[in-house]
Design a protein around this ligand. Sequence first.
Ligand SMILES: Cc1cc2nc3c(=O)[nH]c(=O)nc-3n(C[C@H](O)[C@H](O)[C@H](O)COP(=O)(O)OP(=O)(O)OC[C@H]3O[C@@H](n4cnc5c(N)ncnc54)[C@H](O)[C@@H]3O)c2cc1C
Length: 372
Amino acid sequence: MAEHRRELDVAVIGAGVLGLATTDALVRRGVSVTCFDGRTPGHGLSGGLTRTFRHRHDNERLVALAVEGRAGFGRWEERLGRKLIGSEGAVYAGMGPADVAGMVRHGVEHRFADPGEGGEVFPALATVDGPLLVDPGAGAIRAKRTIDALVSWVGDRIVNADIHSVTVPQDGHGVEIQTTEAIYRARHVVICAGTAVPKLAAGVGLEVPLESALHARPHYRVREPFRGKALPCWVDRSGAFGETVYGSPIGNLDTYVLGLIGLDVDIPFGPNGALAPGSGMEDHVRRVTEYVRRAMPGLEPTPVGIRVCVMTKLPAGSDAVHAWHTDGVTAVAGHNLFKMAPVLGELLADAAIKNQLPEILERAGEHALRPA
Ligand SMILES: Cc1cc2nc3c(=O)[nH]c(=O)nc-3n(C[C@H](O)[C@H](O)[C@H](O)COP(=O)(O)OP(=O)(O)OC[C@H]3O[C@@H](n4cnc5c(N)ncnc54)[C@H](O)[C@@H]3O)c2cc1C
């Protein structure tokens, strides 16, 4: 091998929550691992203060992964000595018994509250017809705290470098990674590069059908009687208030973030990676604000902040996760993966050690899923 190529055992590309969790799992198993990121760790899809942890998914395999994810967050909380998931719980409108089949199968605690109980299970909410599903083990993930903990645990395994390409060299020796710092050869490469997974995975012949789109999350101030109270995470598929939305408390619990769910709510990037001229998020913010006015009298219906971020999605739906494998390379992509990070990190570490994809990752994204 030429001298200018540096040898590595495992290389993880991306220091978002998945790459960091994978690196941490490998370090704990005594594997020599280097994690590359061209930016500040945790500033890609994993950026921001909060994410929803919820058990409910349409695909029961994803419920199983969420259960494992929750247990993994519990272990991280023990190591850190601080909470990473709040005790707010999650409340869902527009769900029936069929929607909780996965929760029943995996023994996840839940109940259907009567509409009359709405004020108790979600104090800031208008009256909703139909039962509310309560997931008491859900809550708001302290996303920034999680990233900071993982960064401190993996320490100097993070190398600040952009990866140009991942390829299988003609001499068949390892996997080559071309970076802004050096050229490396690794025994195994795990690609956890968020929106860049399709481009990097294509270098080793893996086709990752991940689409990226722009998404707006306006924040609203919680009104006085409800301030400081642990409002639950929220998923409304009832249609009663004219939109399908998700929501979560953030930061000091005095603000609440909401976003739209649906096919027409995000602005897709074109094939050249650019947005169409004139693209804007004003209409999305207006729709969420109208929703707040109708459905959430406990919030002041004026946004106090807006985070515009990139959403990624596989064809199988907005909760789908999938991993791809070829000799020496594993890649992972999907959406709503923060809540799964502890278990995905372990599974991707398994893949890197055994050079083989764990069965649950191979099949997790098979079924078409409804969002949330
Ligand atoms: C608005 C929004 C709301 C969400 N809500 C939820 C939720 O409620 N619950 C939930 O569980 N999940 C949610 N998610 C999804 C979740 O945040 C993501 O699935 C998760 O953070 C993805 O982590 P990642 O590590 O795969 O990607 P990222 O965090 O994007 O990490 C990838 C890293 O790779 C680096 N990188 C990329 N290309 C290169 C390159 N060529 N060279 C070197 N480094 C590179 C990037 O700099 C980045 O740091 C939400 C996401 C968004 C955007």
